[in-house]
Design a protein around this ligand. Structure first.
Ligand code: 5AD
Ligand code: SF4
Length: 471
């Protein structure tokens, strides 16, 4: 018997691992299930359907998902009616083999098959296993998110106890899927397939729907947004259309307060796009530009198709358009063949750019990637030492950069109210702990004077005229 016949309101729980792309996919799956009458369960143990949305970008992310799946074997023993679905990159890579390895898994759903989830669940009767991992001729469906009505509550109730439920105010909007770059270390082109851009109209419809529902900030999402519109036609007349054009059109939506995007590959970063930072008022001065390594020899073996010189030139150009732009990056240490001298070049690049923040990882072999077969693997101990050194210096630079905000008055978007104040975010994406409260709701922007900086967040005070109750 299928889950849906079993009960009036079956429940689901989704656990997400990995990237923002997966976060967004989980949201979409949640909405699709809600439309079919499922209710979300806060506890994994109570759910009729558990979806594990996996990530395989690095070995660690995959291990975490696998250990949850291991634990679910036990849970299913005590509740045999539970259906377990594995989605995301591990699902795409392993397909039916995953069901064979893990007999408690009922459904394996590839990265391009999200929209089939509800139908597949309906037909699952617990006797057969289903794995679907199609990746041919993929077109991302039009999708209009449903969100609670605008401004569910008015926060003059800020002193109410408990605090009002948080209103969604910030959303990701997927503009493209997949990647054609084949960096030698990366599974994404295999797990998410070839690059496909969504139609401009579908993106704008979704953005309008988000803003109409009260969303203040949108982050346009794709594996490599700089190449938006290059591999398939995105307009009805099939004419050329760039990511910068898309940014300008989304930015023009009345009522949208902040716009961001991620992720970019330096090899496709155009001057036209960099100029947007100087020209689009709501485009936040924050840019994630993964460099991966400061050594040209390593970049070449990674198949990144740019040099450290080009990267540094881009940093200069970005800062010429927006001197206050906060730059962040991704770095891999211990790529096969990375010598001490190569690593020193990464450290030197860190000193030159002085990133506001970075994500750094030890290289790990990923099945099916080219670098998994490279010789000259770097010893685990050396990788660890390099990672510690990089992270230690980055931490110092984070603090040095953050101290530059002290004394400044910055627009901060409120995220939540706390017992003694509020928490918000600057345009540069820094978290700010704010003393004092004003009548506002998440997504409103208020002016805050920064008086203290830590490595990972700032502290500020509301300008005195904004204090609640002030004249
Ligand atoms: N090993 C270590 N880090 C990796 N990343 C991607 N693949 C690997 C790998 N095999 C990192 C890159 C990428 C980020 C999302 O994950 O830095 O930008
Ligand atoms: Fe992976 Fe490179 Fe594509 Fe990024 S650009 S998703 S690192 S292949």
């Amino acid at each position: 018997m299928s889950i849906i016949d079993n009960k009036k309101q079956p429940s689901f729980h989704i656990r997400t691992f990995g990237c923002q792309m997966n976060d967004r996919d989980s949201e979409i799956m949640g909405q699709l299930l809600a439309e079919q009458g499922y209710v979300e369960s806060m506890e994994i143990e109570d759910a009729d359907v558990v979806i594990v949305n996996t990530c395989s970008i690095r070995a660690k992310a995959e291990q975490k998902a696998m250990s949850l799946l291991g634990a679910l074997r036990k849970a299913k023993k005590s509740r045999p009616g539970m259906r377990i679905c594995v989605a995301g990159c591990v699902a795409q890579q392993e397909g039916l083999e995953l069901c064979e390895r893990m007999s408690h898994v009922d459904l394996v759903l590839g990265t391009q098959n999200l929209y089939a989830l509800a139908d597949l669940l309906k037909n699952l009767d617990g006797t057969q296993k289903v794995a679907i991992t199609l990746s041919d001729a993929y077109e991302i469906p039009a999708f209009i998110p449903t969100l609670p009505a605008i401004r569910e509550y008015s926060v003059d109730q800020i002193d109410s106890n408990p605090a009002p439920a948080s209103h969604p105010f910030r959303k990701f909007l997927t503009i493209m899927q997949g990647c054609n770059n084949f960096c030698t270390y990366c599974v994404v082109p295999y797990t998410r397939g070839r690059e496909v851009s969504r139609k401009v109209k579908d993106i704008l419809d979704e953005a309008h729907a988000l803003v109409d529902a009260g969303i203040s900030e949108i982050t346009l999402l794709g594996q490599n947004v700089n190449s938006y519109g290059r591999t398939n036609s995105v307009t009805p007349d099939g004419g050329s259309y760039s990511f910068s054009q898309l940014l300008r059109e989304v930015a023009a939506i009345q009522g949208l307060k902040r716009l961001r995007f991620t992720t970019s590959n330096p090899k496709d970063l155009s001057s036209e796009l960099m100029r947007c930072f100087g020209e689009i008022a709501i485009l936040c001065p924050q840019f994630h530009l993964p460099v991966q390594s400061g050594s040209n020899a390593v970049l070449s073996r990674m198949n990144r198709k740019y040099t450290r010189e080009l990267y540094l030139q881009q940093v200069k150009e970005l800062r010429s358009f927006r001197p206050d732009i906060a730059l962040s990056t991704d770095v891999i240490v211990g790529f096969p063949g990375e010598s001490d001298a190569d690593f020193e070049q990464t450290m030197e690049l860190l000193e030159e750019v002085r990133f506001h923040s970075s994500f750094s990882f030890k290289y790990s072999d990923r099945p099916g990637t080219r670098s998994a077969d490279f010789a000259d693997k770097v010893e685990e101990l050396v990788k660890s030492e390099r990672l510690t050194r990089f992270q230690h210096r980055q931490d110092e630079i984070c603090l040095e950069q953050n101290l530059l905000y002290v004394g400044k008055v910055l627009p901060v978007m409120i995220e939540k109210l706390t017992q003694d104040g509020m928490v918000g975010r600057t345009e540069s994406n820094h978290i700010v702990h704010i003393e004092g409260k004003i009548a506002c709701i998440p997504g409103d922007i208020t002016s805050v004077t920064i008086h203290h900086a830590g490595r990972h967040s700032l502290n500020g005070r509301l300008n005195s005229t904004q204090q609640k109750g002030a004249a």
